[in-house]
Structures are given as structure tokens and as C-alpha cells.
Design a protein around this ligand. Structure first.
Ligand SMILES: [Zn+2]
Length: 284
């Protein structure tokens, strides 16, 4: 399938968002660098949001700012929610069946790929287990994918992109993560499938640059950092005394939150600038 993730050499950061404000903050960051981006919703956020409103806002706002912003359903285990995301015109979906035995993961992934054919939207699947807690996804044991399993999975599924556990984790790292670049390299020699790196929060710039130097790495997910930036915005508001009763103005608080998320996203997106695999150059 020709999809936004596979038709060109562009690499994307995918930021988790949960409402209009968080979506706006990351799109403002992307607009400043003139970079396209992916906004992804956890299944929990997806279930709670007004999908029609979000879909309209993202299309409209990104159009006005001159960037392309794609909506992606992250870590979904339920076919009915995947179907709903497709009906609500999300641009891509993820089926996360990675905690199941390989055969089951293959079967479920193909079931989702078949169901998504009529919508013509790409499907991300996961192999190996990316550790950590991602909202309602329970804590998993760290499990780097086995190369043989990746080969079997790629041969036998129609997944359009593949999240491979290469040693990154969700949440906040305790100590520096050990990334298995050798596994990435072996996978890239075997297949051209676009690869997705989960657990981008806490990786240093050098690690991001190294990951982005692999042309098959098309999507790097940033979730925890968006939430931490949201919290920093609230702290900044408190520090400035903006929550004191006599000075309280909700717009000041939401402004701090916006600026904090936007700054974090800008720092990440800056890593794409000047990268030969990242699509268009930044206009000065
Ligand atoms: Zn993830």
C-alpha cells in the first residue's frame, strides 16, 4: 500500500496528544520548522475525545499553518476501536498484539490489515515487547525482538510499519538505555518496511541522530515528554504566581502549558532539520 509513511523518505516524530490544546501546541512547533508530524492518540484519549472535532481541528489548523499533520491511533488492542478510528478518518492505526504468541500476533495483525484495506490507511504492528507503562497498556518485561521473529513477521503479515523493540522503553528511563543498533541494521538488510521507535522520551540528541541516520526509521514516538512538558507549564505558572487568586487568569496558565509543550516539540523537531532523510529543508 502507498501510504504517507512509505511513499517518501520523510521521517516523523509522533507526539501523543489528548485534546485540542496539546494538538495545537505540537502543530505550532512543527509550523515553526515547517516540518510535517504525526499526532497520536492513546486508546484511552481516543475514547474520551470528540473525534469529529479533533479530526476537523487537526486538518484545518495544519492546513492553515502550511504543514501536514497525521492522526494516528497508538497501541490499540481492540478491533472495534481500530474500525472506529478508520471511520473517523484517522490517518493510520496501530494494532498492538505484541504480548501474544507470535502466531497470534501475525493472525491479529493480518486481520487488522484486511479490515483497513477498504479505508486505505496504514497499519503499524509491534514485535518484541517494548517495556514500560503506556496508560492502560500494562507493564511488560523488557523484551528485545528476536531477529528470526521479525523475519517471520515481515514475511507473513501485511503490516505497513513495524514497531520493533530494540531496547527503548515507555515512560522515564532509569539509567541510559542500551539500544540494539545491530538488530536495527540486520532488520534493514532484510526488509525495507518502515520502522517505528517507541519510547523516545529521555533519549539524548546523539541517540536520536543515530536512530534518524537509519533511513528505515520513519517514526519516533514521544509520549511521556509531552505529559512532562504539560506539567512543567503548570509548575511555571505556579512559580510566576499565576495561580494566586487575585492574579488568576486561566489564559495565562494555558499559555504556559502551550509554550512548554511547544518548546519541547520544537527541540525534537529541530533534530530533523538538515537531516538528509527528513524531507523538505527548512525555509529561512
Ligand atoms: Zn509505544
Amino acid at each position: 500500500m502507498n501510504t504517507y509513511i512509505s511513499t517518501n523518505s520523510e521521517q516523523y516524530f509522533a507526539f501523543n496528544i489528548w485534546d485540542i490544546e496539546s494538538a495545537k501546541a505540537v502543530m505550532d512547533a512543527a509550523a515553526q520548522w515547517k516540518k510535517n508530524l504525526i499526532l497520536q492518540t492513546s486508546t484511552k484519549a481516543f475514547q474520551q475525545m470528540d473525534k469529529e472535532e479533533m479530526r476537523f481541528f487537526v486538518a484545518n489548523y495544519s492546513g492553515n499553518t502550511g504543514i501536514r499533520a497525521y492522526l494516528h491511533l497508538d497501541h490499540c488492542k481492540k478491533m472495534n476501536l481500530i474500525q472506529e478510528a478508520a471511520r473517523c478518518k484517522w490517518d493510520s492505526v496501530m494494532i498492538d498484539a505484541s504480548e501474544l504468541p507470535l502466531e497470534e500476533n501475525i493472525r491479529l495483525t493480518n486481520e487488522v490489515c484486511d479490515a483497513m484495506k477498504e479505508y486505505e490507511i496504514p497499519v503499524e504492528a509491534e514485535i518484541g515487547q517494548i517495556s514500560g507503562a503506556e496508560e492502560d497498556v500494562c507493564v511488560k518485561e523488557a523484551g528485545v525482538a528476536r531477529f528470526e521473529d521479525v523475519c517471520t513477521f515481515v514475511k507473513r503479515t501485511n503490516a505497513d510499519m513495524l514497531a520493533v523493540a530494540v531496547g527503548t522503553a515507555h515512560g522515564i528511563y532509569q539509567g541510559a538505555p542500551k539500544l540494539h543498533y545491530d538488530l536495527l541494521e540486520r532488520i534493514m538488510r532484510f526488509t525495507h518496511i518502515p520502522l517505528v521507535i517507541h519510547g523516545g522520551t529521555g533519549l539524548n540528541d546523539e541517540t536520536f541522530r543515530k536512530l534518524l541516520s537509519y533511513k528505515n526509521v520513519k517514526k519516533i514516538n514521544i509520549s511521556t515528554d509531552v505529559k512532562l512538558a504539560y506539567r512543567s507549564g503548570i509548575y511555571e505558572s505556579i512559580r510566576k504566581g499565576e495561580l494566586e487568586e487575585t492574579r488568576f487568569d486561566p489564559l495565562k496558565v494555558t499559555g504556559e502549558i502551550h509554550d512548554s509543550i511547544c518548546k519541547m516539540a520544537k527541540e525534537k523537531l529541530a533534530l530533523l532539520c538538515g537531516n538528509k532523510n527528513s524531507g523538505e529543508k527548512v525555509e529561512k
